[in-house]
Design a protein around this ligand. Sequence first.
Ligand code: HEM
Length: 627
Amino acid sequence: MVVISSPEAVEECFTKNNDIVFANRDETIAGKLLFYDNGIIGLSSYGDNWRNLRRIAAIEMLNQNRLAMFTSIRQEEISLMNREIYEEWVESDVKKPVKVNLRSKLSDLTLNIMMRMIAGKRYYGKNVAQKEEAKQFQQVLKEMVSFRGDLNLEDYFPIFRFTDFRGLKKKMVIVMTKVDRLLQNIVDEHRKRKIESNTTQKKTFIDTLLSAQDTEPEFLTDRTIKALTLSLLGAGTETTSTTLEWAISLLLNHPEAMKKAITEIQKVVGEDRLLEETDLPKLNYLDNVVSETLRLYPVQPLLLPHRSSEDCEISGYHIPKDTVLVANMWKIQRDPELWDEPEKFKPERFDGGAGGEGFSFKMLPFGVGRRACPGTNLARRVIGLTLGSLIQSFEFEKLVAEEPVNMTESSGFTLSKETPLEAFFFSQTETNKQTAEPSSPLLTPKGKTKNMAEEAAMDHHQTTSQEATVETPVKSEVTSAEETDVVSSEDKKTAGTGNVSFSIWPPTQRTRDAIIARLVQTLSSTSVLSKRYGVVPQGHAEAEAKRIEDEAFTAANPATTSADDDGIEILQTYSKEISRRMIDFVKSRSGSAAPAAADAAPASNEETGPAAGVKEEGKEDEGPAQE
Ligand code: HEM
């Protein structure tokens, strides 16, 4: 094994021809038995299989366009986590901030984000639809993670290859059988839905892979799809949540930095809305905080082990084939020769960006070269957005005011905090807390609340062109109605068995006005709808928007629909009625025959499905979400 710990050596190993020489991975027993015979991206040997896996992951999931399509998932999940924290605080002792275990919250968050992007499923937190399946997933994941600390003697002493020391191999095979079954079920479920719905609509990562299966059947087998899923789940969740845990710990220990981050967010985003991903490029200090966290606490401090595929020379030394190469980035990123006050948390050192010339080969938390992390953009989006949203929505404090958060590092290949981070959270003053609304679904800065339709109306301002075809003013916030308990309006409280339940119908006048305003905007300014059917003059759009909303409100009222407990069905009807009327109006106005049905499909978040619009109403409006 060769360990390198200088930027010069890193450059020598991971550029030019040496980058190819060291592009192999070290094969392990765990990789063989738990990860499809080292068939996931991070463990696969350099060659066609690895190249294809990376290509597909990049094209179908990790490039900037695909990431932009999944923005709403990340924002929703972060909002849901914030809401959960908020509710815990509201439900706890009114006079105190609430103690929150951030490790588990952040871990749940990153798993939910990844699983929703991959398979449209959320398995953690309060709003879980498929509870039994979620339980199985959580259990299997726990079992997989439990192998992590195990040292496999077979990996180090070939003599043990043919034995099963401590029965570890057998246990791994059993766990892998469960993992495989679970993933196969998910793939089958997607395939079934694809056949039944007879649509080419591409939604989740697995959906796109199944479609691609038709064109690349030899490579994109079910096993490859499962291996890709496992690649991203394994590499993209804990890395991100652990970095977040370090970042929050550092901010708690550096109140002046926390203050600067808050001030920047207030300046750039303001106090009336929640931070969004599109704000991130303007939040330089927040970005510096993330970079400085990754410098001090790179989750993969030694990158992943690389293995040479042929003899080569490094710094004048002969390195034989099959040598394992480890790059000690932790050492380089704290080297006093390279960094001013290296042990200090100084986000300012990254003013001007961490990608600048001055940092090349001395700041590489994501690695470099052909085996570098392909998830860098996704990780930075999730970390920036989560960190910023938490800071913006809550005040948080250390458990013991006089003592710094314990920053002891755990042992092992991954650099995590030895003790899970817990902190006190609150979002307003004590007096406000007593009047806080427990139903608050989505927090706006520092605990102000906002109801879903308002959020939806706002959300559509940020909808990317890839996400939507036609914008509609109301949309469901989470995947399915079963999951949706997040909406509030008049907050009609009905005392239950000690719990409080809320109805989302009817919406407040403010909400209805927001929806009308959104409708006017959709009709009278440039949108996919107006591009196709023409822009409606402002005055006309205002009158029609009012009519459409009013008629939809009447049509959706419980007198004409079956009342449900929480109003979700009514809200969905309301949403559909608005969308239907809007489409009818623009079509009748253009006076033309209905255009190609697919082009007229109303907005639908890639996951939320038809709740947002007319999709269910009539075939003529059905069509694939455009990519
Ligand atoms: C803070 C978050 C993250 C950090 C610090 C990180 C860091 C790294 C590092 C150091 C490597 C190894 C590079 C090498 O061996 O030279 C790696 C590999 C990898 N990462 Fe990340 N990563 C993060 C998040 C993600 C995310 C979100 C994803 C995708 C969803 C991802 C997917 C991968 C994959 C697939 C590999 C294997 C690449 C290969 O072997 O070709 N990572 N990551």
